[in-house]
Design a protein. Structure first.
Length: 449
């Protein structure tokens, strides 16, 4: 059997892609298609927002030409794949003429004629209209937003608002093209979507205002602190036909997403334990929001949604029990540990603002375990470890900037493609996290230490 392999991004799959896949298929008996993972389109210097990797895989599958689809994750993978799958022919479009001649050492290289007059870049240029986004809440996190949005195609930050006008101008004075607004009516009229980066207790009201104004919403994590409010705002967004997304940057981190996919595929067997920790050792300055009980300060509200994420993704939202253990000071938790009991697993998390802990992520399975060193919530590296150390594998990925660009990319992609949810952080997972925040608020199954 003659095996052929080809690679591409396949963004906005068009007739040119289909023609290339058909020609590649005609070269042999079995076609392997490598779909490039979500990453920088280096030629444009922008993160692509039109089709994510899962959508592009489905589009390639729908052509019927691919016998097998794989994900291209790293530089040098083509050589590894050719050897791994015992490939006879490497096929690629003629616009890459000569670029892959080095692969002749491993198999035959064939450059296929491309369909003239059509390309994904051309389609993007013709169809993309920038989503105008405004920022509500111009504090520490928001100040990183404009520069992160600059590297995402299809988005333009045009407005900012904060109840503190000085904070608004502090952001807009340093960012070209962003107008400062002193009232929300004018602000909403100027934008298509809103990024909310205000204190936790204000999220609910701002989300409802934005949805009522017909604006898409990206809200900092935690979205809200009560499950009924989370259900309400997601329901309102659906009714209004706008997209609401919780801005948990770890959920959109390339390495984290790849790890979740790998774990779910069974590479370490059945998951029986997840341990996730995150801490920041700060001086407990009562003037900071993070240490003010009246502003939902404390480690659980501030950090909890991050370690909850891998637990929810891998073991689900239907846990049998959750016990919480907290060390309190001046009305806020300086440290909290949570222990989940599932039917076939036990999971734990630790968060701290006044206690320092090793900030790693360990996922234990029946065949091996995954180790992600600190800071795992913005990782670019993880390991899969086994009883036979010869089987251990290390994985390296790119993490750019502050990481907000990845969540912005997904947010804009969902808007442009009229999606109501994202698989990276599903609505039911976001609601489950709000339910856990509510359990903490109500001190249910909670013990002080």
């Amino acid at each position: 059997m003659k095996k052929v392999i080809t690679y591409g991004t396949y963004d906005l799959l068009h007739q040119g892609h289909i023609n290339l896949l058909r020609r590649a298929k005609e070269l042999g008996d079995y076609l392997i298609v490598g779909v490039t993972n979500d990453s920088f389109d280096r030629e444009r210097g922008k993160l692509n927002v039109r089709n994510n990797v899962l959508e592009r895989v489905e589009a390639v599958k729908a052509t019927g030409f691919a016998d097998q689809i794989i994900i291209e994750d790293y530089v040098g993978q083509k050589i590894d794949d050719i050897q791994k799958y015992d490939v006879d022919i490497f096929a690629i479009g003629s616009d890459w003429e000569g670029k892959f001649d080095y692969l002749n050492e491993f198999c035959k290289v064939v450059y296929l004629p491309r369909t003239e007059g059509i390309s994904s870049t051309m389609l993007r240029d013709e169809s993309t209209v920038d989503v105008r986004i405004g920022i509500i809440g111009c504090g520490r996190v928001a100040k990183r937003f404009p520069s992160e949005a600059d590297v995402v195609s299809g988005v333009k930050v045009v407005a900012a608002y904060d109840i503190n006008s000085q904070a608004t101008h502090s952001l807009t004075d340093k960012s070209d093209g962003i107008t400062a607004y002193d009232n929300l009516t004018d602000f909403y009229n100027a934008v298509d979507a809103v990024y909310i980066a205000t204190p936790h207790l204000t999220h609910y009201d701002y989300i409802k205002q934005c949805i009522a104004a017909g604006k898409h919403v990206l809200c900092e994590t935690p979205l809200v602190l009560k499950s009924d409010r989370a259900k309400e705002v997601y329901s309102l967004a659906k009714e209004k036909g706008v997209f609401l997304m919780e801005a948990n940057k770890t959920a959109h981190c390339p390495a984290f997403n790849h790890l979740m996919v790998m774990i779910k595929s069974g590479v370490i067997g059945e998951v029986v334990d997840v341990e996730a920790s995150l801490s920041k050792l700060w001086d407990d300055d009562k003037t900071l929001r993070e240490f003010d009980p009246n502003q939902a300060g404390g480690s659980m509200y501030e950090l909890g949604s991050y370690p909850l994420l891998p637990i929810m993704k891998l073991c689900g939202i239907h846990y049998e029990n959750l016990n919480l253990y907290s060390r309190m000071k001046n009305g806020v938790d300086m440290y909290t540990k949570g222990v989940f009991r599932y039917q076939n697993a036990v999971c734990s998390f630790k968060v701290g603002l006044g206690v320092k802990t090793e900030g790693n992520l360990i996922i234990s399975g029946t065949k091996g375990y995954a180790y992600v060193p600190a800071p795992w919530w913005k990782t670019d590296y993880f390991e899969l470890r086994y009883e036979d150390q010869n089987q251990n594998k290390k994985f390296f990925y790119k993490w750019d900037g502050a990481g907000l660009r990845y969540e912005i990319q997904e947010f804009i992609s969902c808007i442009v493609n009229h999606r109501q949810s994202t698989a990276r952080l599903r609505r039911r997972e976001s609601i489950a996290m709000a339910e856990i925040m509510q359990q903490f608020t109500e001190r249910k199954n909670m013990m002080m230490i």
